[in-house]
Write a protein that binds this ligand. Structure first.
Ligand code: NAD
Length: 286
């Protein structure tokens, strides 16, 4: 049975949650954006406003449509604001126990037919589904950063995700004018990050071993491999804490030394230098 998705709740209003809220609202869905941190909610709304303004300037959307998009988004710091949304998408920090706790809460708070999705980059969907009483309706919906620009969504099947829910989410993804790919096996990192994050880690090892400067490593990959962004610049963009969490999950769950996080990455995270979001990572953004 396919669920007609008109109302969506997004939990976690960081860089990903804000972007996901924007694309659903642009596709004329009503969006409830929840974060326990009110400052994050304010930042998310101003970020969405800025992004829509750019789309208006480029002629991609009109001022009127941008205003209507914004009006479809409401924010709240309380889970009791969840009512009859048909799709709930979790986009909080990359932490397994926090996400499991949240999935159990969302299971209790949402209507029985609702689909519960996670934007996790690396955590098992099966593990998140196990925290609910509706494992067939739990799925991964992995958007790329920045969400309003990037066309791909990885649709990730947990062990018990039903085929009807997979097809439902494939259709929803298309309605956002995005292209879905289906990761049939719930393995860490799915498709994109399984390949991309070890590449980023290798670039950090290259910097750690003083093979070249950060600028030269990035230039080499941009001009030598035709990547639009260098791997270190990309790591700063993703957030070094997120990159480290993903590698730790690969290392633990896949059990191979090739996924060992570079000690330099660990040091940067310990120092609180997390990339763009803290104005400093491998580069300075002050
Ligand atoms: P972020 O740090 O920018 O935002 C996380 C937000 O979650 C914060 O605003 C925080 O206040 C909120 N939060 C934390 N615990 C919460 C809770 N219990 N309830 C409600 N809100 C809570 O992180 P992000 O970069 O947006 O990443 C979010 C998720 O998306 C992670 O799972 C990450 O792996 C995934 N992801 C990230 C990227 C990327 O490039 N950053 C890309 C794809 C997927």
């Amino acid at each position: 049975m396919s669920v007609n998705i008109q109302k969506v709740a997004i939990i976690g209003a960081g860089q990903m949650g804000a972007g996901i809220a924007q694309v659903f609202a642009s596709a004329k869905k009503n969006v409830l954006l929840i974060d326990t941190n009110n400052i994050a909610l304010e930042k998310a709304l101003s970020g969405i406003q800025k992004s829509l303004k750019k789309f208006v300037e480029k002629g991609i959307t009109t001022e009127k449509d941008a205003q209507a998009t914004l009006a479809r988004i409401s924010t709240n710091s309380n889970f009791s604001s969840i009512t009859n949304e048909q799709l709930l998408i979790e986009a909080i920090i990359e932490n397994t126990s926090l996400k499991q706790e949240l999935f159990s809460k969302l299971d209790a708070a949402s209507i029985p037919e609702a689909i519960l999705a996670s934007n996790t980059s690396s955590i098992s969907i099966t593990k998140l589904a196990a925290a609910t009483n509706r494992p067939a309706q739990v799925i991964g919906m992995h958007f790329m950063n920045p969400v309003p620009i990037m066309k791909l969504v990885e649709v990730v099947c947990g062990l018990q995700t039903s085929e009807a829910v997979v097809q439902n989410i494939v259709e929803v993804t298309k309605s956002l004018e995005k292209t879905p790919v289906i990761a049939r096996r719930d393995t860490p990192g799915f498709i994109v990050n399984r390949i991309l994050v070890p590449l980023i880690n290798e670039a950090i090892f290259a910097l750690h071993e003083k093979l070249a400067t950060a600028e030269d490593i990035d230039t080499a990959m941009k001009l030598g491999a035709n990547h639009p962004m260098g791997p270190l610049e990309l790591a700063d963009f993703i957030g070094l804490d997120t990159v480290l969490s993903i590698l730790q999950i690969f290392h633990t769950e896949l059990g191979e030394d090739k996924y060992r996080p570079c000690p330099l990455l660990v040091k940067y995270v310990e120092a609180g230098l997390l990339g763009r979001k803290t104005s400093r990572g491998f580069y300075s953004y002050e």
